[in-house]
Design a protein around this ligand. Sequence first.
Ligand code: ADP
Ligand code: MG
Length: 321
Amino acid sequence: MSPHSDKVCYSAVMMGTRIELHLSEHRPELATEVFRRIKYMEDLLTVNRPQSQLMSVNQAAGKHPVRVSAPVFTLIARAHRASLEGGCFNLAIGPLVRCWKIGFSGDRVPQAEALAALLPLTDPRAIVLNAADCSVFLTRAGMSVDAGAIAKGYMADLICDYLASQSVTRAMINLGGNIRVMTPAGESGWKVGLQRPFGRSDQLLGVITTDNSSVVTSGVYERYFVAQGKHYHHILDPRSGYPLDNDLLSVTVISPLSIDGEILSTQLYGMGLERGCLWLTTRPDIDAIFVTRDRQVVVPAQRRFSLQRLPWPEGITPAQG
Ligand code: ADP
Ligand code: MG
C-alpha cells in the first residue's frame, strides 16, 4: 500500500490485480480497513483456492446445502436471479470455467463431448437457496458456482457503503479496472480511462467523466489464449459451452451499483450490439459503451457520463491493440 500526495491514492496487489483507493485526504487507518475488508471478502468468495465459502458450497454439490455468511448469500441470491433470466450471465458456469482453464496454466480447447457433458451441470434452476438460514444447495453432483464475473463489483459496492458510513463523500475504488466513484453534490466528477482492447492499460479509446457511478468492462482481451490461430477468451456461452462469439470486443457499463454493472456487462456482451442497444432503451438508469470488432465505439446514450474520445491509431488492428 503506498499513499501518494495530492489526491491521496492507496494501492495494493490483491486478487491477482491492482487495487486502488483514491481519497481527497490522508486517511491511513480507513485505507487499511478497506483493504482488510477486500481481503476478507476475497477469502470468502475465491474459487481459485481449496478453501472458501464458495468452495464449501461447490464441494457439497449433489450432497447437502451449505450455510454461508449474509453478504455471500446476498451476492449468490442476486447472481442466481440474474442467471434465471436466461441470458448469457450464469452463476453456475463453474464446470465450464474449470474445464477451459482460460487465463490459468493448462488452458486448451476441450473435447466437444466433454463440454456437452458439462452443460446440464450449469443449469441455474438446479441451485436451491434458502434465505431463512442463508444456505445454498447445488443439487447435482459436479455443479459449481463461480463469482469471477461479479466478485469485484460486489466488493466495490460494499466498500462504498463502508466509506459512506465513515462520512467519506469523495472517493474512487478501483479493483483492477472495476471502478466505483463517489462525488459530493456540486463537485466535479471523476475521470476513468476507457481502455483500448488488446492495448496497454495506458492506451485509451477515451476518457469517461462520471459521478456516483460504477464503471465496469467485460472484454475478450482480458484473459484468453490462441490455439491454431483462433482466439479463445474467458466469457463463456452457457448454452454452447464455448467462448461467446459475436461482433463485440468489449462492453463497458456505467450504472449506479457495480454488481449490476458486472452482471450487465456479461449480459450485454452476450446480447451483442443490436440487441444490447435495444435493451438499453428500456433502462434509463444504465448506460453502456460498446467497442466492436470493426473498431467502432458505439455510445447509445450518455445519461450517467460524458465521453472524450481519443483516436484509435490508423493501421493498428484490434488484435494488435
Ligand atoms: P474480468 O475478470 O476480466 O473482470 P469478467 O467480469 O467479464 O472479467 O468476468 C469473467 C469471468 O467470469 C471468467 O473468468 C469466469 O470466471 C466467469 N464467467 C465466464 N463466463 C461467464 C458467464 N457466462 N456467466 C458468468 N460468469 C462467467
Ligand atoms: Mg464482470
